[in-house]
Design a protein around this ligand. Structure first.
Ligand SMILES: O=C(O)c1cc(=O)[nH]c(=O)n1[C@@H]1O[C@H](COP(=O)(O)O)[C@@H](O)[C@H]1O
Length: 243
């Protein structure tokens, strides 16, 4: 794969407290990443304005707030977030079909009203920090993680969502279930030898792409490295060599 194509697939998670820290990372990492993810930590601390600041730098923004509430609340929240002009946003598949439909519809309607590009709405399936044991014993869900991810992916697609967030271990299954245009965004990426931290269902960048992941979300292995730019460069080189 060409480096440019690999870059489009790399999303760096800006899990920091301040706008200044986020901008410092963007400056270092923009040559290597196609998009930057603003999650709860940065958004709750720096506020919605941080999205505009990132966009001014030319960065595509993946706004990962994992909405999970009743359909009416999630629909209105998705409309508000659409106004920020983000490229992607997330809801939890566990919120159910009506909630996912409300999010997709509201994002589409608001984008049409403002004549802006509709953000891609993604369903978070089973968090990558959950292993089979926690899935069965703590969440009280029966069956396997793979089956749950496949079922929630199919439901998300039926509800008009653009893709899912899942571990790369389920990427091939989701591609088979939902087709090549459905996005499979995979966190829990760890280069060989990197510490897994709180992640449980992990994969290397090359293996994730080979399994069919459309985008890789990477945080600490890059942002926590002594030289984040060098870590991102190495990761991108591994991705480019993968398929
Ligand atoms: O929605 C997400 O992005 C997400 C879903 C998931 O199942 N697991 C997961 O780790 N994430 C996010 O992906 C990023 C992973 O960060 P690192 O573990 O530092 O690479 C974090 O920002 C998480 O919030």
């Amino acid at each position: 794969m060409e480096l440019d194509k690999a870059r489009e697939k790399l999303i760096v998670a800006l899990d920091v407290d301040t706008k200044e820290q986020a901008l410092q990372l963007v400056e270092l990492l923009q040559p290597y990443a196609g998009m930057f993810k603003t999650g709860m930590q940065l958004f709750y601390s720096a506020g919605p304005a941080v999205v505009s600041v990132l966009k001014e730098r030319g960065a595509g923004v993946f706004l990962d707030l994992k909405l999970h509430d009743i359909p009416n609340t999630v629909g209105h929240a998705a409309a508000v977030l659409t106004r920020l002009g983000v490229s992607m946003l997330t809801v939890h598949a566990a919120g159910g079909a009506a909630m996912m439909r409300a999010a997709a519809a509201a994002a589409g309607e608001e984008a049409d009203r403002l004549k802006i590009r509709r953000p891609r709405v993604l369903a978070v399936t089973v968090l990558t920090s959950i292993d089979e044991q926690a899935f069965n014993r703590e969440l009280g869900l029966s069956g396997t993680v793979q089956d749950r991810v496949a079922a929630w992916s199919a439901l998300a697609r039926e509800c008009g969502l653009d893709g899912v967030v899942a571990s790369a271990r389920e990427a091939a299954l989701v591609c088979r279930e939902c087709g090549p245009d459905f996005l499979v965004v995979t966190p829990g990426i760890r280069p060989a030898g990197a510490g897994s931290g709180d992640q449980r269902r992990i994969m290397t960048p090359a293996a994730a792409l080979a399994a069919g992941a459309s985008h890789l979300v990477v945080g600490r292995p890059v942002t926590g490295a002594p030289d984040p730019a060098a870590a991102a460069r190495a990761l991108l080189a591994e991705m480019a060599g993968a398929v």
